[in-house]
Ligand binder design. Structure first.
Ligand code: ATP
Length: 355
């Protein structure tokens, strides 16, 4: 038996009915609706104003119904409608960001996964405490600039898409830099980026056992980041600065990747430690999460961030990935979410996967 995340009153709206998978029409919603439909669950698309037309182009991913709200920030006003629909909210990056992590955590509607994770992920300091205390290697943080021995990256808090991040080759190069807001100075890790899509299920009692349940690897991607990914074609950073071009990490797309098979044990070890520590800290992270890190030439995997929900990189694998195909052909993260909800209900264990 796993950990209870939801009170009976929170889940009362689901009593004796099939849960409706509901999410904001954006980010990975096509995959989430497609996955729910494949599992025979009803779907509800939350949108601002009229339903987006692009769903008409994808009949297998179009939600059964839409719930139109005037402003996503005011989703609290739609709580009774969502409860009467038997909705289970599936969080994704845009959904949580537009509603706001705190407001999202307070919605009195069943949410897939443990909403307590939001407080740990949305605060960079808490996130670092979680990962470091789990024994996960991370880029070094510099409180004191005199300790800097190599390249660094300066990150502003809440800089979406890495806007305004500053790269310095060394301590001297940082001297001309004057921060314009709260920031951290981090070791710039030289290596190859991997964004690893995991799924933790407290219900499954076989496979790669972690905590009370099982850790699954569903896919992996790398983000295309404008304009940093193409900088090398134009030459050194100093030249670009002279031309008034600053590197940004705004995500423009995703490409599929795989890890060398001999590195998979390392990936699982990192994923398992993060889950085990989450169980100790706040009752566990349930469902999809993404470990975002850099593999160095010494084959050390340094994690710079985790996303504690479905990430857009999983959209590459709506019809399965080289990893999920070895669990079940054609299994997407969206479908895996719907499956978990269905199985939890069949076993009378919804309170372990919803909050
Ligand atoms: P988002 O919230 O959009 O994911 P963010 O503002 O939280 O982005 P990060 O995800 O921490 O920023 O970093 C954005 C990008 O910067 C990463 O995808 C990676 O390319 C690069 N990056 C971040 N930290 C490091 C590091 N320590 N060394 C090298 N590159 C890094």
């Amino acid at each position: 038996m796993g950990i209870t995340l939801a009170s009976p009153s929170r889940l009362a709206s689901l009593d004796g009915r099939v849960p409706t998978v509901a999410t904001l029409c954006s980010h990975s919603s096509l995959q989430i609706f497609h996955g729910a439909r494949s599992e025979g669950l009803p779907t509800l698309g939350i949108c601002v104003g009229a339903p987006p037309r692009f769903y008409d182009a994808f009949p297998l991913a179009r939600p059964d119904r839409f719930l139109s709200v005037p402003n996503v920030k005011e989703l609290a006003g739609a709580v009774s409608r969502l409860r009467s629909e038997g909705a289970v909210l599936v969080p994704h990056g845009s959904f949580v960001e537009y509603v706001g992590a705190e407001a999202f955590a307070e919605l009195d509607v069943p949410v897939f996964g443990n909403r307590a994770v939001l407080a740990w992920e949305s605060d960079r300091r808490k996130e670092r405490d979680w990962l470091e205390s789990a024994g996960v290697p991370m880029p070094q943080l510099f409180e004191d600039r005199s300790e800097i021995r190599g390249p660094v990256i300066v990150k502003y808090y809440g800089a979406k898409g890495g806007k305004g991040f500053f790269l310095a080759k060394n301590r001297e190069a940082l001297e001309d830099f004057h921060a314009t807001g709260p920031h951290v100075i981090q070791e710039y890790v030289l290596g190859t980026r991997y964004y690893i899509h995991f799924f933790y299920s407290p219900l499954v009692d076989r496979g790669y056992r972690v905590g009370h349940g099982s850790l699954e690897l569903l896919g992996m991607d790398r983000r295309d980041e404008a304009n940093i990914d193409e900088l090398y074609k134009l030459g050194a950073q100093e030249e670009l600065f002279r031309a008034g071009i600053r590197p940004t990490f705004v995500v423009t797309g995703n490409v599929p990747v795989i890890l060398r098979e001999s590195l998979l044990p390392k990936a699982f070890e990192v994923g398992a430690r993060i889950v085990e520590r989450s169980i100790e800290l706040f009752g566990g992270m349930v469902g999809p999460f993404c470990v975002e890190g850099i593999m160095t030439e010494d084959l050390e995997f340094k994690v710079f961030e985790i996303s504690t929900r479905i990430v857009a990189g999983t959209n590459l694998f709506i019809s399965g990935s080289p990893y999920s195909d070895l669990i079940e052909p054609g299994l997407s993260t969206g479908r895996r979410i719907a499956r978990e909800i269905k199985q939890a209900q069949a076993q009378g264990r919804l309170a372990e996967v919803l909050s």
